[in-house]
Design a binder for this molecule. Structure first.
Ligand SMILES: Nc1nc2c(ncn2[C@@H]2O[C@H](COP(=O)(O)OP(=O)(O)O)[C@@H](O)[C@H]2O)c(=O)[nH]1
Ligand SMILES: [Mg+2]
Length: 398
């Protein structure tokens, strides 16, 4: 699953990307295929079940630190959004291509209002920080609307003649976006469209449909960045302006500084925490001390940098993901090689026991007999929806 970072140039996307993809935790070598420089691995936190088991775990994909499991999520720093992207201007095509792959995104805005639409800086308060949020939505709606409108009449006529299903036609036109026909049906519920006569739909209808599809299926959260140059009242004002879209203040700069200082051994800081401790206070250079004292002041005002929280809110709330732990031995919580709780899998809320089996291996899914809830020692049927933190053994014919 990909999470995209979007926003106009200079709002802090690369800084946020660098901070989020830096985790100072011992990790097992794990083959991540990094194909492009703007892709990286970030992590979301969950409690590791090993504390309930009473033995340490042997993590494979998701490192464990003091009972916190860091579960990987792929992050894409999307090329800067420019006006006219849907017409293929500038980096438009590249931008939309990256975005298409992301299942949800964090949109960064400059809460100080100093960043112009093209990314150049002016004095704080010069621009409305919320404007780029409306702009991005319009740009995406127009783009999707255009894809839907291409030769719509012809496609709709043929559909009516063959008495086909309009939700399937639409899903197939948007294959790159992975909309399922059921998701298209859900979008119809909010629109007064005559489903048996798609030839009567206007271009405006298709644009409205595009908007509904995006709202329901591409969750986003707004990261009001550069909070270190702003005030909580201003953050609250912007959040109110954007509601019901979730928006929370953050400082990518401060988060990056904290993670780097931790990696350099100057402090101990766990991403997402509201404080840090000094490792060797006496060894700090005056400039380092001054910078870290500023960070302490920032944390006392804002509570945290907001960076880790923004990603987790998107993954767990926006994208409704939960983390489950497949094992092969329901007593020792191990895999076939005796590793304890090796895998932490991020799956959609509502994933069933059988769907988890398919996620682990096709054979396991096809030969599915039953699953065992290893915490409660209960048998789970194929259609049983899993809960966050479940430790599950799949019993299969093969
Ligand atoms: N004050 C402040 N500056 C930031 C913050 N995040 C990023 N910046 C600065 O904003 C500028 C642009 O950041 P960058 O990550 O390159 O933005 P991008 O163009 O969106 O990728 C750099 O000078 C960053 O140091 C922040 O949280 N606070
Ligand atoms: Mg950048």
């Amino acid at each position: 699953m990909d999470v995209g970072l979007v926003g106009q140039p200079n709002v802090g996307k690369s800084t946020l990307f660098n901070a989020l993809t830096m985790l100072n935790v011992p990790m097992a070598p794990y083959p991540f295929t990094t194909v492009e420089p703007n892709r990286g691995v970030a992590h979301v936190r969950v409690a590791c079940p090993h504390t309930d088991l009473g033995h340490p775990c042997t993590p494979g994909n998701a490192p464990c630190q003091e009972g916190t499991r860091w579960v990987p999520v792929e992050l894409v720093d999307v090329a800067g959004l420019v006006p006219g992207a849907h017409e293929g201007k500038g980096l438009g095509n590249r931008f939309l291509d990256d975005l298409r792959q992301a299942e949800g995104y964090l949109q960064l805005i400059d809460i100080t209002g100093a960043t112009a639409p093209d990314g150049h800086l002016e004095e704080p308060g010069r621009f409305d920080p919320a404007e780029p949020v409306r702009f991005l939505e319009e740009e995406m709606v127009l783009w999707l609307g255009e894809i839907l409108s291409r030769q719509w009449e012809k496609a709709a006529r043929s559909l009516e003649l063959n008495e086909g299903k309009v939700e399937e036609l639409i899903a197939s036109r948007l294959t790159g976006l992975n909309f399922k026909p059921t998701q298209v049906l859900a979008a119809f519920r909010h629109l007064p469209l005559d489903l048996t006569h798609p030839t009567r739909w206007t271009e405006a209808d298709l644009v409205r449909l595009a908007r509904e599809l995006l709202r329901a299926n591409r969750p986003r959260r707004i990261v009001a960045n550069k909070a270190d140059r702003s005030r909580p009242e201003e953050a609250a004002r912007v959040a109110e302006e954007l509601a019901p879209l979730p928006c929370a203040p953050a400082s990518a700069d401060v988060e990056l500084l904290l993670r780097r200082a931790d990696q350099a051994g100057l402090i101990r800081y766990h991403p997402g925490d509201s404080r840090f401790t000094y490792s060797h206070p006496e060894g700090l250079k005056p400039a380092q001390r001054k910078a870290l004292e500023e960070v302490e002041r920032f944390l006392s005002v804002w509570g945290s940098t907001g960076v880790q929280q923004a990603l987790e809110a998107l993954v767990f709330e926006g994208l409704s993901r939960i983390v489950v732990f497949p094992v092969e031995d329901e007593t020792r919580w191990t895999d076939g090689k005796g590793r304890v709780l090796p895998d932490a899998l991020l799956v959609p809320r509502g994933t069933t026991a059988r769907e988890l089996a398919f996620r682990v291996h096709t054979d396991l899914g096809e030969g599915f007999l039953r699953a065992v809830d290893a915490r409660r020692k209960r048998t789970l049927g194929a259609d049983h929806p899993l809960e966050p933190g479940d430790v599950v053994r799949v019993v299969s014919k093969r």
